[in-house]
Design a protein around this ligand. Sequence first.
Ligand code: CMC
Length: 429
Amino acid sequence: MSGTTSQLQIDGKTVDMAIKTGSIGPSVIDIAKLYAQTGMFTYDPGFTSTASCESQITYIDGDEGVLLYRGYPIEQLAEHGDFLETCYLLLEGELPTAVQKADFDYRVTRHTMVHEQMARFFQGFRRDAHPMAVMVGSIGAMSAFYHDSTDISDPYQRMVASMRMIAKMPTLAAMAYKYTVGQPFVYPLNSLDYTSNFLRMCFAVPAEEYKVNPVLSRALDRIFILHADHEQNASTSTVRLAGSSGANPFACIAAGTACLWGPAHGGANEAALKMLEEIGSVDNIPKYIAKAKDKNDPFRLMGFGHRVYKNYDPRAKIMQKTTHEVLNELGIKDDPLLDVAMELERIALSDSYFIEKKLYPNIDFYSGITLKAMGFPTSMFTALFALARTVGWIAQWKEMIEDPSQRIGRPRQLYTGAPQREYTPIGRR
Ligand code: CMC
């Protein structure tokens, strides 16, 4: 490599490629003209060395354990701000003034109710449906209910769709929960803040008065901040790819939600808690550690490891503190699940297998324990992740749509199937 270009030698031919530099973090080699110049593609399954876009939203330094939203460290945002402030920051690029914040909160709050017909749409699901199945379906259905904000070429409609999704996601997630437990839907109460409103929609019943616990509300709000964006992860890349074809924003967020559901991604919080329950007691931990290390056993310690963080996930550190705050508030002292979690963490952090492979606890390791203590069933964990990540997906989608150089995403492949051959009629096969 030399200066701001790099050179690649292929079949005796030298190809010059520009090096693009970001504000912080690794530079990239621009290979956009590679095929035209060499007739070859690059090959990078899982995109481990490929930057799919240019972005100004979120920065991660996985080796140092740093996460910044628009330049601000996640620790500071989680400590001092609230979730809607983070939403504003991710969407607009700057922290809001007091007036801007009040206006933003008001605009989100005005959109919290969903079309009444959506309640009937819910009746079509089985009662035992997984809340994520209901979320994927109902978020997709929003494009059928809110036609007036699906024209992506109109900035006003883009803004209204963004507000609608941020505001309605808690309502839909709470409805998904209420539907599976057979309780009546609780309408939003706009005098409450965003997260308190969500807790009330989940846990209030018409027969009793419900008082929001401010410690739990603040803890959940912090969980939402920690999950709000994570640059080009699988679900965000799904949203961008879906959006690159011009699909409407509700359809794109439904696609991202579907991707998030997988156990290697957002589904890991549910999987981590199930794993802790399966381990059951501290005595069983060595057996499971041995399974995780066995190359012939597909078992992995859920809630450990990360594609990007090869150091402690900064979100996990804040989450660990939040977990203890919630357990203290609820007076939970002797939780066997927590004992297993703490001992598992201790052993994994001192075991050479995990140290050498840089497998640290990730955010999902602690969030499951906290959400369970708050009263959420495991099946709701990923739905809460989707609720919080919606703003990140929207900010990334908006950034892509507003980029004049945006084109449809179309990866290429290394074909290893049969070469061209002649069709054989069925009687001669
Ligand atoms: N338990 C045991 N071994 C592991 C684990 C684990 N949780 N994670 C990775 N490894 C091993 C893996 O077997 C491999 O070993 P080897 O080099 O000997 O083949 C090595 O570590 C590298 O793993 P990888 O699968 O190549 O790493 P990746 O970057 O493709 O995968 C991951 C990242 C998060 C999918 C993976 O660590 C994993 O499956 N973790 C458990 C699921 C989980 O907690 N996911 C939540 C991620 S955080 C929330 C989010 O952002 O969605």
